[in-house]
Write a protein that binds this ligand. Structure first.
Ligand code: ATR
Length: 275
């Protein structure tokens, strides 16, 4: 019987996940489909019951349900537990629901697909201290990157995050800007520079060192002002398309045990976004 998968969120119409997963199912000759479903926050419990009862094999979870869905799941993978957020649900044979979070590892895979392990052993600066920063930081550390440094508009949150990880330090924005040349990898995880959020840069990349990898998890626009300015100074840049594709690929693998092709998908999505 045809299997079906979904992504739930609100809003959801703009999601690029359905076309990505549909393409992977087709490419791999799988009889499956993937649909976007808009779920209002006050209907999340019913939606999860519905997905389960209607035989959904697995689904992705996006804003605003990533943490709210946790009470309705049976088990959390450590990736979701440490982030207190789920972006992928797998349904087991007996109907139990396991929550995963593939965002952090998606970032690491995207980094390594683009630049190998060039920045391993070098200092890493994470800008931001929200959910995305947390997931990326844990994944980077698990993959052997670090030492890690955090900077954030609200310094206390960076300090909290640094306290939750080993070998990590919080820096004020000014300290981070002044010491920028000492990092092998800089990862921008805030919403600053996103098309529909706010323009501008979270910090001044003036002191970035030539050859440093500067990543921004934003993919709309494809190149944030932060990346443009870092590029002008000789940095190797990476936008958020790769992380988006790889978090999806890891979800796909979780459900099907098949590793889908990512490079072509990154090109396709880049074109869709005007690149
Ligand atoms: P996400 O899950 O995308 O990480 P989040 O948990 O709400 O979202 O975290 C948002 C991050 O973007 C935070 O680090 C936030 O900084 P604060 O902790 O100071 O709020 C950062 N951020 C959002 N808007 C910002 C702005 N205008 N300037 C600087 N940082 C901003």
């Amino acid at each position: 019987m045809k299997k079906w998968y979904a992504v739930i969120g609100d809003p959801i119409a703009q999601s690029m996940s359905p076309s990505m997963h549909e393409a992977w199912f087709e490419e791999n000759g799988m009889d499956a489909t993937y649909i976007p479903i808009q779920v209002k926050s006050d209907r999340l419990r019913e939606a999860v019951e519905g997905l389960k009862n209607l035989g959904c094999s697995g689904w992705n979870v996006t804003v605003p349900h990533k943490s709210a869905i946790i009470p309705f799941l049976n088990q959390l993978d450590p990736s979701a537990e440490r982030m207190n957020a789920v972006n992928t649900v797998r349904v087991l044979e007996d109907g139990s629901l396991i929550g995963y979070n593939t965002d952090g590892n998606g970032f690491v895979r995207s980094l390594e697909e683009a630049y190998g392990t060039l920045c391993k052993g070098k200092k890493v600066l994470v800008i931001g201290a929200g959910g995305a920063a947390r997931g990326i930081a844990f994944a980077l550390q698990s993959a052997g990157y670090g030492p890690l440094f955090f900077t954030n508009r609200t310094l206390e949150k960076a300090e909290q995050l640094a306290a939750d990880l080993t070998d990590s330090t919080a820096l004020s924005m000014v300290e981070a800007e002044l010491s920028l040349s000492g990092f092998g990898l800089v990862v921008q995880t805030t919403s600053v520079g996103m098309n529909y959020a706010q323009k501008g840069m979270p910090l001044n990349p003036e002191n970035v060192y030539e050859g440093t990898i500067v990543a921004d998890i934003i993919y709309n626009p494809l190149e944030t002002e932060f990346l443009t300015e870092a590029h002008k100074r000789g940095a190797n840049i990476l936008n958020g398309v790769g992380m988006f594709v790889h978090q999806g690929a890891l979800a796909f693998e979780t459900w099907t045990d098949v590793r889908p092709r990512t490079e072509i998908m990154i090109e396709k999505i880049t074109t869709t976004l005007g690149g």
